[in-house]
Ligand binder design. Structure first.
Ligand code: PEP
Length: 249
């Protein structure tokens, strides 16, 4: 099955609203393509001007996080309905920085994934091992557990539309990209895990990104792998390089 590539930028805590609009104006012509889905995941306060700025282009706007409740006394949080009403289509869930600094767990990731689907948002579900886990040889076991918990009670019909981002923690923001073989091995294991939970058709449909220091130089080889359906890109998504990454072919 031919899966459409999806290349998403994760801006993290960068860009004020006016800087966001300026960056989108600069990147717009560089990321124009018919052959992949292009997503900019931006800070919450940038969402409204970003949605306005991408009107009429091929760029979809994503959030970097959301809460799993509908509404109410959750000071500082953003609800799924707020995102959809603002024109957001995607939401990153369980990024390793959220797990590390904001105490997110596999269980909160699962609650958020379920809520995102309930509201028609496409979750970009992050998983990844630490360097210690890789050195211990438990990478695949660890990732399988993250995936199984993230997809608890998610239907096959929902799962086929999910995006999974495999991001080895040791490769994020370090300039140390995983080897093509390492990235492909884990992405293939994730697809096999989805086939076990659901079926072969769901596994063939779901899109799996690699993330971790993706650059214009490393993207072509990574994205050419059988089980890698694009990338989640941090640092390079704020630069003109993102255009080259999107047009990797
Ligand atoms: C990320 O933030 O998801 C990421 C992969 O960052 P970087 O590309 O900077 O390593």
């Amino acid at each position: 099955m031919e899966r459409r590539k999806i290349i998403a930028g994760n801006w993290k805590m960068n860009m004020t609203p006016s800087e966001a609009v300026a960056l989108i104006e600069k990147l717009k012509p560089l990321v124009a393509t018919d052959s992949a889905d292009v997503v900019f995941c931006v800070p919450a306060i940038d969402i409204i001007p970003a949605v306005e700025a991408v009107k009429g282009t091929n760029i979809g706007i994503g959030a970097e996080n959301m809460y799993f409740e509908e509404k109410g006394a959750f000071t500082g949080e953003i609800s799924p309905a707020m995102l959809t009403d603002a024109g957001v289509k995607y939401v990153i869930i369980g990024h390793s920085e959220r797990r590390e600094y904001f105490a997110e767990t596999d269980e909160t990731v699962n609650k958020k994934v379920l809520k995102a689907f309930e509201h028609g948002l496409t979750p970009i579900i992050c998983c990844g091992e630490s360097l210690t886990q890789r050195e211990q040889g438990i990478t695949i076991d660890w990732i399988r557990q993250q995936i199984k918990i993230a997809f608890l009670n998610v239907t096959a019909g929902q799962a086929k539309d999910a995006v999974i981002a495999y991001e080895p923690i040791w490769a994020i923001g370090t300039g140390k990209v995983a080897t093509t073989e390492q990235a492909q091995e884990v992405c293939a294991a994730i697809r096999a895990c989805i086939a076990e939970i659901y079926d072969d058709a769901t596994a063939a449909a779901i899109r799996i990104q690699y993330g971790g220091s993706v650059s214009a130089a490393s993207a072509p080889e990574l994205f050419a792998q059988a089980d890698i359906d694009g990338g989640l890109v941090g640092g390079a998504s704020l630069k003109e390089d993102f255009g080259a990454i999107v047009n990797w072919q």
